[in-house]
Ligand binder design. Structure first.
Ligand SMILES: [Zn+2]
Length: 246
């Protein structure tokens, strides 16, 4: 018991060192149902009315919904295991333009299983590609993964992935292009939502790509081993409309 306790204490300390703000988790007393109680800055996790993730069920097909124009380029890989997820920090890796509005990619990270559900179904894994515009507004593109062929982009990331939580790890000589994570088809579901981690801030534009990409069962198992479940439960829609781009 004592031994178990000291392990827990140590892992909490390491989380404090590498993640900002109060300690939060995906289960137990610091889990999603309690995030709002952990810090006054987390109040939106409970009080917000446009929270993410959601279960995507009813959509409005919009024939003239804008295309997602990705213009990514390879950059030296900078990867971090921050105690909540594996994250790739991006600097100068390019832009996402939507209807003339330009966002720069700032980071991408993973959740297992997928936080978003499509008509009730969660996928094995999701990548969230986080973009920011000049005013600081966020647009997140979600790429769903299902079991299938080995994924080349994940192979590069996993070969350089820190197993324990720690600071950013720059990998000499390894280049990574976030475009390698995208499916060929770019149809999406769009809705207004929030960050899916504390402080759950709203005003985030979500674009969930409809076409999943594949990863091998071994790759999915590897992420699952690191983070057995780092997905926030789905949140009420509260009358929000989901736009579908064909
Ligand atoms: Zn995320």
């Amino acid at each position: 018991m004592l031994r178990q306790l000291s392990v827990i204490t140590l892992s909490c300390l390491s989380l404090v060192a590498f993640a900002e703000g109060p300690h939060w988790t995906y289960e137990g007393a610091h889990g999603p149902a309690h995030w709002a109680d952990l810090d006054k800055n987390f109040a939106e996790c409970r009080l917000g009315h446009a929270q993410s993730p959601i279960d995507i069920r009813n959509t409005r097909i919009k024939a003239d919904a804008p295309d997602l124009a990705f213009a990514y380029q390879p950059r030296p890989l900078a990867i971090i295991n921050n105690g909540h997820t594996v994250q790739v920090n991006e600097t100068g890796a390019g832009t996402l333009t939507i209807d003339g509005h330009v966002y720069e990619i700032v980071q991408l990270h993973f959740h297992t299983p997928s936080e978003e559900r499509i008509r009730g179904r969660a996928y094995d894994l999701v990548a969230h590609l986080v973009h920011k515009d000049e005013a600081g507004k966020l647009a997140v593109v979600a790429v769903l993964f299902k079991a299938g062929h080995e994924n080349g982009a994940l192979k590069t990331l996993f070969a350089n992935m820190p197993v324990g939580a720690g600071p950013e790890h720059s990998v000499a000589g390894v280049m990574f292009n976030p475009a390698d994570l995208l499916p060929a088809a770019r149809g999406y579901y769009h809705f207004r939502g929030s960050l899916t981690t504390p402080p759950c801030s709203e005003g985030v534009a979500w674009y969930v790509l409809k076409t999943p990409v594949e990863a091998s069962r071994a790759q999915l198992a590897l992420l699952h081993k690191l983070y057995a479940r780092n997905a926030r439960p789905v949140q009420p829609l509260n009358g929000r409309e989901v736009i579908e781009h064909l």
